[in-house]
Design a protein around this ligand. Structure first.
Ligand code: HEC
Length: 211
């Protein structure tokens, strides 16, 4: 037992030392690898109908998160970028946050609309189920994001929760620059009406999410 522990400790020390060596190396060459990776992507993708090459262009948050923001300077930069993302959020012009939850469920179920194979200008979906559980009835869902089952039942519908949820849907990077959730409002993926329908799906007490 003791020998095994010692062996394991030795192996760990070696692997930590190994990591340190790699990390030093990686810092030096990281920018090169990044440039090479971007060049490779640009050479292997091409425009196809509505999916144009500008989709590979990164904005500030994407660039930051792609560059492993683990130092103090980037923590500051990150906070500034989150503030700028928060400033993009537009609340509903008529002050009404809720649409129809049945429509919201349809939006959550589909991810088509913006692929090269979709007709330009078609209505896009939110593909929420790709990353979240939402209802008990749907058994096929991804788990990159947390379960949203009973979201409204657990959170209630205070003004703070309503505004938080809208902001999260509109631009998730307002709360976390490196969020993996698409920026549905900011990037024009969902319309204001669709966002309202998804809000109803999450927060309406009658929605299947809250049963
Ligand atoms: C590509 C994956 C992905 C998709 C698609 C996605 N989300 Fe998310 N979502 C996440 C992740 C990851 C989080 C966890 C927090 C973070 O990283 O921003 C999250 C967080 C949330 C939260 C906050 C949960 C909380 O406890 O506060 C809500 C609400 C939410 N998502 C709703 C939706 C809805 C509605 C849709 C569809 C319109 C959707 N998401 C689509 C990945 C996704």
């Amino acid at each position: 037992m003791k020998t095994r522990t010692l062996a394991a400790t030795a192996a760990l020390t070696v692997s930590i030392a190994g990591c340190a060596a790699i990390a030093t190396d990686a810092t030096d060459t990281h920018a090169d690898y990044r440039a090479q990776a971007i060049a490779l992507m640009k050479s292997s993708f091409h425009d196809k109908d509505q999916a144009t090459m500008d989709r590979l262009d990164q904005d500030g948050v994407q660039r930051l998160c792609d560059q492993q923001p683990d130092n103090a300077a980037s923590a500051q930069e990150r906070a500034a970028l989150e503030k700028a993302e928060l400033a993009t959020v537009k609340f509903p012009a008529d002050g009404k946050f809720f649409g129809n939850f049945a429509e919201g469920e349809k939006i959550a179920q589909t991810g088509v609309g913006l692929q090269w194979s979709d007709k330009a200008g078609s209505v896009a979906g939110g593909n929420c189920y790709a990353c979240h559980q939402l209802t008990k009835a749907e058994v096929s869902y991804g788990n990159l994001g947390p379960s949203l089952y009973n979201y409204g039942k657990l959170r209630g519908d205070s003004d703070a929760i309503v505004r938080y949820t809208w902001t999260r849907l509109y631009n998730a990077k307002a709360y976390d620059a490196c969020s993996n959730m698409p920026r549905f409002g900011h990037k024009g993926i969902l319309t204001e009406q669709q966002l309202k329908d998804v809000m109803a799906l999450l927060l309406d007490p009658k929605s299947p999410v809250n049963q």
